[in-house]
Write a protein that binds this ligand. Structure first.
Ligand code: ATP
Ligand code: MG
Ligand code: FE
Length: 339
């Protein structure tokens, strides 16, 4: 089987050609970071317009890499939930148009399930059942994953997503957009024990929830604090210590609640997905935690953590189950329908 997969849920326009053996024959990601940079965040209207311009060239390039044409495919899959409504609509419209043109069947992909499935693709191992931790610019959620498309929400953030907090803190520290990679780079130069920021809800034992909005504010107070006796801009050393202290606080929360979710679900496997899973300190700390508590940990390589179409290979599962969509397939921006 060969499938074309399309991903346009947020600000990456991506397409891939994958096989039922979860092999990648072609994969393209057109990032829009440059378009959103000066706004300090993703602007939905700009994102959907950029998807319109890029989607067909991205599909063409994925097919070219695979050395295939549309006639060689068995199905077309597209992420139709959750995400920005305008962005989702572009990918879904493109997939439907290609299905009409070719007569190929259409398969719907849940973007969050795809993030967890990336662990199976990357490792080549059976990862289910597992606890899924999805940490990105738009999500910080924990799921009980009984199977690739059988998810039950366990908890999540009550305000900002972790990636969003990284991005805002990056902006406060005068670092380039997106803040995640820049904060983590600055943090590597800093002392993570120099400043202790709050770990919101971490001690609220039994509750699988995150909150990063107050932590963000604590960072702002620290930058503006009078006891820093500053009338000059932050020194590089101060900035690095703030970045390191902030990163450690976020990582503590993510690791602590993942351990709790594993205990509550009674599972011994943790799968991590989303852009923040690219964070080196998070990977390191989860590795230590997995060793200490004896669970299996799966974190895909960077290219499969941030938004991509290769993880859309989860559509193979639906293909096998005969779960195809009609051409009136809709988009679902919200999280209300995870299954
Ligand atoms: P969605 O939430 O819908 O999946 P998204 O575009 O926000 O969409 P991703 O592309 O998966 O999600 O991830 C981007 C986020 O990951 C950004 O917030 C970015 O700052 C963060 N990020 C990327 N690399 C790192 C890193 N090394 N450390 C911390 N955060 C990072
Ligand atoms: Mg993105
Ligand atoms: Fe994502």
């Amino acid at each position: 089987l060969r499938l074309l997969t399309i991903e346009s849920t947020c600000d990456e326009t991506a397409a891939a050609v994958v096989t039922d053996g979860l092999e990648t024959l072609g994969a393209v990601v057109a990032s829009q970071t440059d378009l959103h940079e000066r706004f300090g965040g993703v602007v939905p209207e700009i994102a959907s317009r950029a998807h319109v311009e890029r989607i067909l060239p991205v599909v063409d390039e994925a097919l070219r890499q695979a050395g295939l044409t549309l006639a060689d495919l068995d199905a077309i899959a597209v992420a139709n939930r959750p995400g920005l409504v305008g962005s989702l609509l572009v990918g879904v419209a493109a997939a439907k148009a290609l299905c009409v043109a070719t007569g190929l069947p259409l398969i719907a992909v849940n973007h969050l399930q795809a993030h967890v499935y990336a662990c199976k693709i990357a490792s080549g191992e059976e990862v289910f059942p597992c606890v899924g931790l999805i940490v990105s610019g738009g999500h910080t959620n924990l799921y009980r994953c009984d199977g690739p498309t059988d998810f039950t929400p366990l908890g999540g953030t009550i305000d900002d997503a972790a990636g969003e907090a990284f991005d805002k803190v990056g902006a406060m520290l005068g670092l380039p957009f997106p803040g995640g990679p820049a904060v983590s780079k600055a943090a590597a130069q800093g002392d993570r024990n120099a400043i202790r920021f709050p770990r919101p809800l971490l001690d609220d034992s039994g509750r699988l929830a995150f909150s990063f909005s107050g932590l963000k504010t604590a960072v702002r107070y620290r930058i503006e604090s009078p006891d820093a006796e500053r009338d000059t801009p932050l020194s590089e050393a101060e900035r690095n210590d703030i970045a390191a202290g902030f990163e450690e606080a976020v990582v503590d929360c993510l690791v602590g609640k993942s351990e709790l979710a594993l205990r509550q679900a009674g599972f011994d496997t943790l799968c991590v997905g989303g852009g923040v899973a690219a964070n080196g300190r998070l990977r390191e700390r989860l590795g230590e935690s997995a060793e200490k508590h004896g669970y299996r940990l799966y974190i895909p390589p960077m290219s499969l953590c941030t938004d991509n179409a290769v993880m859309g290979a989860i559509a193979v599962e639906r293909f096998r189950a005969g779960k195809f969509e009609s051409l009136d397939l809709d988009v679902h921006p919200g999280l209300e329908r995870i299954g």
